[in-house]
Each structure stands twice: as structure tokens, then as C-alpha cells.
Design a protein around this ligand. Structure first.
Ligand code: GUN
Ligand code: FE
Length: 418
């Protein structure tokens, strides 16, 4: 039987980056998890159906985090005086090696998933670790929670130190086993995850590209985050014409839907490949500042026609909050504006990146237009509404100063998340 749900409240979303669409006391009509329409006034034909009335509350799309490291939730705020390579070697790889212990992983991943959902993230692309069993556990925790996710067992068969390095064959076999186990799950799915070029031999990269093609699986990795990293990639892969070319050579750069985190120091060839091969760049502003990586020239990449989403990149980033990630993306762009004159990001552009822009990686996700799945947050900002702000002003204030205490309900794919 058809299952129709009607949600009433102050609705706001971005169909396009430039503008917010708002409905004061509007209605979202959802059938079997998919949006039929948004209305200012409910049509006669729906009258009599029960309405979930969120009077004076904001109804916004669920937030999308396109880049986060689950294990590093246990590491936030540590090593923030280091740059990328030292931070990885001294802190991150030591920490991630502990995820060989499934009990340890269970404790951290349980807290991670709770905090993620509490903060309003309803879709997420996650790096686990190299360990098969604890990665399975992360899949199962997310499935149980009911949010949408891509989860990658991390692949690294070189430069990980003695505690965090796989045998090439074992890395490939474990990756394929997880793909087979989870590829048909509707909400939590596998993604091919070479950590970054320096951690992978060419044999491993080739095998991962083949797996992505064989099983039709998306890909995620890191690209041009730090100047020393870029130099290191040049030395390691001297036959490749750019960092992006390393991935491209092995079918890991847009041959399947692909996310590349950071993308600060892109060269012309990479920009062209990103645009033509529809690779999404994940902007991780907190991480870029914490690790002194640099400031991504967001406006320039947008003008070049590159699709951009947002990522918390915990633990390079110190917060899972996607609203704070939006704020930092805007602040970063304003620093650049003051130096280069490039126009900074508007609030609607940042919001679009964290909803419809990033959501496109999951299908029709991140908007309240017809045909989109209903991922939503109900925001209680009552203590502010007395000032008679517009819906857009209320959302702006929530983005800048709100937190999980303002989020009173969460929905993913039409389902209420407990
Ligand atoms: N490059 C390779 N691994 C990582 C990681 O864990 N975090 C960040 N920020 N960059 C990386
Ligand atoms: Fe990262």
C-alpha cells in the first residue's frame, strides 16, 4: 500500500547554489520515502491525511559529509602542530593500527556513528582502516543506525610503517570480500579507498581500478593536499605527468564516480581531468588549516566547472559538524577574497555543497524537489524566532551558531532515525 507522509514547517533548501528556496508553514509530501512535492498550501486531495506538524521549526535537508576518517574520531585535536606527513606518521598511523583489535574498534566506531548522526549528518563517505573485521563492524553499525554511507576499507601496501601495512594480495582479497558482502545493501555500500598514492604500489592501484570496474564501485582518495606530499608523489611516480595522473592511469579518476579530498595544489592537466571526468573535489577547510596544508581556491575551481562537496576530514579536521564546515569554507574563501579579490562563497553556496551538491554522489539526495529522497533535519531555533527573522536568516544563524542541541529530529530515506 502506498505510504504517504506529510511534514509541515518552515522549509528551506537550495535547488541551485545561488539562492535558497523557502516555504513558510509549508508542506513536504513524501511517498515511500520519496518527495512528491512541496506546497505552500496543501491541495484538497491530501486533506484528511495525517500531518506531522513542526510548527515554527525549520525543516532542512540532511547534511552530507563527503570525507571523514572514522577511526580518527579518537584522535581529534591531537598533533595539530604537525604538517600532513609527520601528522600521519607520528599520530595517525599509530592510532589506526589499534583497529586491528575489534573490541577497540567497536568502542570508537560506536561513539563515532552516534556523534555523526547527532550532528545532523545523514549521508557520509567514510575511510575505515586497513582491517577487514573492524571495517565490517563499522558497516554494521551504520546499517543499524539507518543513515546512508559509503564505507571504504583503506588500502595501503607501502609507506605505512610496520604496524599499518598490508600485503598486496591480502589487501586486494579483503577489499573484494567486503565488496561482495555489502555491494547489494541499499544504504551502506562499499567504496574503493586507496589511502593516497604514496601508500599504494602500482600493482595495488591497478588491482583496485580493476575491482572498481568489475563491481561498478565508486572510488575515493586524497589529492594534492600538501606541497611536500605533491613533491613526494612526483618522486614516487616519476612516469606520471601529475598527481591526478597516478590515479587516472589505473582507472581511479572518474572512470567510476570518484571523490578526491583536498585538491589545493591542482595543475592545469588535473583541472581538465577533474572537469571532463566528473571527479568531485571534497573541500575540507578545517583540516587544511589545522595541518597548515593551505587554502583551497574554491571560487577558481567552481569557475573551472569542478563539482565541489564538503568534508569534515576528522581527524585532520577537529569537528564532525557540517554546519561548522560550511562556516569554515566561507571564512576560508573570505581570506582568499581579501588577498586575490576572488568573490567569497555565499551562505547558500556553502549550504548547497553540504546538501544537494555533495548529496548528488548518493543519487537524488540533498534537496526537497520532486523525486528526491526525504533526508531531513528538524531544527528548533525557538529562542531566536522572537526577533522575527526570515527563514533564511534563521538558517544562517543556525549554520553559524547552532549545534546538535537544535536538531530535534533526523530522517534519512524517509525513515526517522532513532
Ligand atoms: N592523506 C593520506 N591519509 C590522510 C589522512 O588520514 N588525512 C588527511 N587529511 N590526509 C591524508
Ligand atoms: Fe582525509
Amino acid at each position: 500500500m502506498e505510504h504517504i507522509k506529510i511534514f509541515k514547517g518552515d522549509i528551506i533548501f537550495t535547488e541551485r547554489p545561488e539562492v535558497f528556496t523557502t516555504y513558510k508553514d509549508g508542506f513536504v509530501v513524501v511517498k515511500n520515502g520519496t518527495i512528491l512535492a512541496v506546497y505552500k498550501d496543501i491541495p484538497e486531495s491530501y486533506k484528511g491525511l495525517p500531518v506531522e506538524n513542526h510548527r515554527d521549526k525549520l525543516i532542512i535537508p540532511g547534511l552530507v559529509d563527503l570525507h571523514v576518517h572514522g577511526p580518527q574520531f579518537d584522535q581529534v585535536g591531537l598533533g595539530m602542530d604537525k604538517e600532513l606527513i609527520d601528522w600521519l606518521n607520528i599520530y595517525t598511523f599509530q592510532l589506526e593500527s589499534k583497529f586491528k583489535d575489534v573490541e577497540y574498534a567497536k568502542e570508537v566506531y560506536t561513539r563515532f556513528v552516534e556523534a555523526l548522526v547527532k550532528g545532523g549528518t545523514t549521508r557520509v563517505c567514510i575511510y575505515a582502516t586497513i582491517h577487514k573485521q573492524s571495517t565490517e563492524l563499522l558497516y554494521d553499525l551504520l546499517i543499524h543506525k539507518g543513515i546512508g554511507a559509503y564505507v571504504g576499507k583503506v588500502n595501503m601496501d607501502q609507506n605505512g610503517g610496520i604496524n599499518l601495512q598490508e600485503d598486496t594480495l591480502e589487501s586486494i582479497e579483503n577489499t573484494e570480500a567486503l565488496i561482495k558482502k555489502y555491494k547489494n545493501h541499499s544504504m551502506v555500500k562499499p567504496i574503493i579507498t586507496p589511502r593516497f598514492a604514496p601508500n599504494c604500489t602500482t600493482a595495488l592501484l591497478k588491482a583496485l581500478g580493476d575491482l572498481a570496474a568489475k563491481y561498478n564501485i565508486p572510488v575515493q582518495s586524497h589529492l594534492s593536499e600538501n606541497k611536500k606530499e605533491v613533491e613526494w608523489v612526483k618522486e614516487l611516480f616519476s612516469d606520471c605527468s601529475s598527481y591526478g595522473d597516478v590515479y587516472n592511469k589505473y582507472g581511479l579518476f572518474g572512470q567510476k564516480p570518484t571523490l578526491m579530498a583536498h585538491g589545493i595544489y591542482l595543475v592545469e592537466e588535473e583541472i581538465e581531468m577533474l572537469r571532463n571526468q566528473e571527479v568531485t573535489i571534497v573541500h575540507c577547510p578545517d583540516s587544511n588549516m589545522n595541518l597548515a596544508s593551505g587554502i583551497m581556491p574554491t571560487r577558481r575551481w567552481l569557475n573551472e566547472g569542478i563539482n565541489i562537496g564538503l568534508g569534515s576530514d576528522v581527524g585532520g579536521g577537529h569537528l564532525l559538524s557540517m554546519t561548522q564546515t560550511m562556516v569554515r569554507a566561507i571564512q576560508n574563501s573570505k581570506v582568499l577574497q581579501s588577498i586575490t579579490g576572488e568573490k567569497s562563497l555565499s551562505t547558500s553556496e556553502a549550504f548547497y555543497m553540504a546538501t544537494k551538491g555533495g548529496g548528488s554522489f548518493f543519487g537524488k539526495v540533498g534537496s526537497f524537489e520532486k523525486g528526491y529522497v526525504f533526508d531531513a533535519l528538524i531544527i528548533d531555533d525557538e529562542k531566536w524566532t522572537k526577533e522575527r527573522l526570515t527563514i533564511q536568516e534563521r538558517l544562517n544563524r543556525f549554520i553559524y551558531t547552532g549545534d546538535d542541541r537544535n536538531i530535534i529530529s533526523r530522517y534519512c530515506n524517509g525513515f526517522y532515525i532513532k
